[in-house]
Design a protein around this ligand. Structure first.
Ligand code: HEC
Length: 156
């Protein structure tokens, strides 16, 4: 191996080691069960289970961080996803949305599921338990549509 390649590789290694000191913040914000989607929208048990498995790691304050979230730069990428996901839709703070926003978010959930955009592919690749069968996807879609209707009508 030429000297230059050796130095370049050593340099890359040094960078990889150095960036490990920049860790993401993995403290979950507090969860108030009464303000969570599960308490407010009260999904049937099988729907609740699917949501916990397929959505809650990103769209709630109940994120579980696997070992590879300790490894930069992968950790930065995942941390950014979670931040962005919570910004768009946060099941832990569902109570804070007014009825119109709840209806809109439920509608978007049905849409994202219909288009197959959620849960993210990069996530299901690593989380087999989050892969939805067609029936499970349909179940979630029709349930989110019913939530949308309920919120529009103001039915609790
Ligand atoms: C790996 C993390 C991850 C998982 C798991 C995940 N999402 Fe997302 N979700 C995101 C990110 C990041 C965005 C924002 C960027 C985008 O739209 O791609 C998002 C956006 C959304 C939006 C759009 C909200 C808006 O305001 O436009 C909806 C709705 C949504 N997700 C629903 C779900 C549902 C329902 C599930 C479970 C079936 C789910 N997501 C699972 C990361 C995730």
């Amino acid at each position: 191996m030429s000297k230059i390649i050796k130095w370049v590789l050593l340099g890359l290694l040094a960078v990889l080691i150095a960036i490990q000191f920049f860790r993401i913040d993995k403290t979950n914000p507090p969860v108030n069960a009464g303000e969570d989607f599960m308490a407010m929208a009260a999904p049937p048990a099988e729907v609740a289970e699917l949501l916990k498995k397929a959505c809650y790691d990103c769209h709630s304050h109940e994120t579980k961080y696997p070992w590879y979230t300790n490894v930069a730069p992968v950790s930065w990428w995942i941390g950014h996803h979670i931040e962005e996901a919570r910004g768009h839709l946060n099941f832990s703070t569902w109570k804070a949305y007014d009825a119109e926003k709840k209806a809109h978010k439920a509608e978007e959930c049905a849409e994202e599921l219909e288009k197959g955009l959620m849960p993210l592919k990069s996530y299901t690749r690593m989380h087999a338990e989050a892969r939805l069968s067609n029936e499970q996807r349909e179940r979630l879609i029709s349930w989110f549509k019913s939530v949308e209707e309920r919120e529009k009508l103001g039915v609790k």
